[in-house]
Design a binder for this molecule. Structure first.
Ligand code: GDP
Ligand code: MG
Length: 164
């Protein structure tokens, strides 16, 4: 069966935007409304000769930092359990956060392959300096992308399929 790739990261980093870009059928909903609950959604993705199943780990918009942390933990645990490769998505606009650090610690302990991807780098000429702080996560080279534009998704996909 096809490899499973899970996108994890805290709310609003752009997981669903990235998922919708890659999915042949756009079946995930981008929604900024607080309190909206979404189940995990699956899509088929193809890149070069590779086919894989991608999981969008959407979820509850948190109302406090405690809820962010418990939500992150559940997302990460579910992704770790089912995924062959994890895309850990962080946000260049907000920069590195405590929640990112928390998830990174869990991912390192899992020994699963992790591709660290920095979203919202909407201009590769002027906005890539910020990505260097994400080396502090200890998960290797951060790959800058813009899911919104889109930009540099090929480099990210190359890094993912290397683990298959
Ligand atoms: P999720 O909660 O991680 O699934 O994040 P969403 O995909 O719902 O996106 C959250 C917000 O970030 C939305 O307003 C998106 O339009 C915005 N967003 C997503 N990707 C990008 C990007 O590459 N650049 C910018 N500037 N905004 C983005
Ligand atoms: Mg989402």
């Amino acid at each position: 069966s096809k490899p499973i790739v899970a996108i994890i990261g805290r709310p609003n980093v752009g997981k669903s935007t990235l998922f919708n870009r890659l999915a042949k059928a756009r079946i995930s909903i981008v929604d900024d409304t607080p309190g909206v609950t979404r189940d995990r959604i699956y899509a088929d993705v193809e890149w070069l000769n590779y086919k894989f199943t991608m999981i969008d780990t959407g979820g509850i918009e948190p109302e406090s930092n405690d809820i962010i942390l418990s939500q992150m933990r559940r997302q990460a645990e579910a992704a770790i359990a089912s995924a062959d490769v994890i895309v850990f998505l962080v946000d260049n606009k907000t920069g590195l956060t405590d929640s990112d650090m928390h998830v990174a610690n869990m991912l390192r302990k899992s020994h699963k392959p992790v591709v660290l991807v920095v979203n919202k780098v909407d201009d590769m000429q002027t906005q890539t300096m910020g990505i260097y702080e994400f080396y502090n996560l200890g998960l290797g080279d951060p790959i800058p992308i813009s899911a919104g534009q889109p930009l540099n998704l090929g480099d990210m996909l190359d890094a993912i399929v290397e683990y298959f």
